[in-house]
Ligand binder design. Structure first.
Ligand code: CO
Ligand code: CO
Length: 348
């Protein structure tokens, strides 16, 4: 029997199925603000950061995060791997070290069967092993649409904790992975991509953002986050707004998947629906975008790269750390002082 195509069971894929920023805001606005203060909660609900952080003991902090989504690829093992790497990323994006994960599974058991679900979990297990953590349990429900993800616990020293609201004027902006995964995964879902393109994409999507742990130890790495469903533009706007700064983005320095591949898909109008949703949410904070800039800067990423800002004094340390980890260096812009009437993100 031919294996069922997992993406045919999902309406959106990967981080592209995130609830729209405006809808999420409406949900949270409807939640009464508790007047109880938790002094040990260093990062909580009030901030659009990657994970919650609680100080437990004199500078030792717990990081807690969860991420799950509907299938972004047809292969069950690859789906499990990507979902796991994506969920663990939020711990690295806080500068932390993951220590444990539990799984969250929704599965149309009658339609897809137990065997394929087991493949999803095995994929996740192998990525957890790469990250050095156990997949220690979890919860599953029978659901019409399949989804999978993890809740991940991590640890971080308070002094190494990195958030998205601490970018400083003059900082350099770096990104560790190419953008365009939304376009490529949409092409794969529609069955119009080549097997070697799919392989390149899946390989990249499974990569762990462990470099965040190394970066967190460098003084002068000021703000750190990962790029996911809101696209590079959305996540950069969040960093700027939280830090009360603005950014100049150097478009030709932004790493992308090979443009000749992306272009063949874009010419056929192949892109995720959520690209336009991100554009609606964030373009008002950006300078005017060309078609290509819109399509890529608003492209929702799954397990995207780390986006971080660095003071000039730490440039050398950061670039040495990236090189030693075998990463290419992508310096994509600079943080600037807010100027009245100027866009939050100026794309050059
Ligand atoms: Co994140
Ligand atoms: Co997340």
């Amino acid at each position: 029997m031919e294996k069922p195509k997992l993406t045919q069971f999902s309406h959106g894929s990967g981080c592209g199925c995130k609830i729209a920023p405006a809808d999420l805001e409406a949900i949270l606005n409807g939640v009464s603000k508790s007047d109880r203060v938790y002094p040990n909660l260093l990062v909580g609900n009030g901030r659009n950061d990657d994970a919650a952080v609680l100080e437990i003991d004199n500078g030792q902090c717990i990081i807690s995060t969860t991420d799950f989504f509907t299938p972004i690829v047809d292969d069950a093992t690859a789906f499990g791997k990507i979902a796991a790497a994506n969920a663990i990323s939020d711990v690295y994006a806080m500068g932390g070290t993951p220590v444990m994960a539990v799984g969250i599974l929704g599965w149309p058991i009658e339609l897809l069967g137990a065997e394929i679900a087991a493949e999803v979990i095995s994929g996740a297990q192998s990525i957890c092993a790469d990250a050095g953590i156990p997949l220690a349990g979890g919860h599953s429900i029978d659901s019409r649409e399949p989804f999978f993800g993890l809740s991940v616990t991590g640890l971080v020293e308070k002094s190494n904790l990195k958030t998205n609201n601490t970018a400083q004027v003059g900082d350099l902006i770096y990104l560790t992975k190419p953008i365009g995964t939304g376009i490529l995964s949409t092409a794969m879902k529609r069955g119009i991509s080549k097997p070697e393109q799919d392989e390149l994409l899946i390989n990249e999507l499974c990569k762990l953002n462990t470099i965040g742990r190394e970066l967190s130890k460098i003084d002068g790495v000021n703000a750190l986050t990962d790029v996911t469903g809101f696209g590079l533009l959305g996540h950069l706007v969040e960093v700027c707004q939280a830090s009360k700064v603005q950014a100049k983005l150097q478009w030709d320095m932004v790493p992308t998947y090979p443009m000749e591949i992306l272009k063949t898909f874009l010419d056929q109008f192949v892109m995720p629906d959520n690209t336009m949703r991100n554009f609606k949410a964030y373009s008002k904070y950006a300078s005017e975008l060309s078609a290509a800039q819109l399509q890529l800067l608003c492209d929702p990423q799954t397990n995207g790269g780390l986006l971080f800002t660095v003071s000039e004094t730490a440039k050398k340390d950061v670039e040495t750390t990236l090189k030693q980890a075998g990463k290419e260096i992508h310096l994509i812009g600079r943080i600037e002082l807010i100027q009245e009437g100027a866009p939050t993100v100026l794309v050059n």
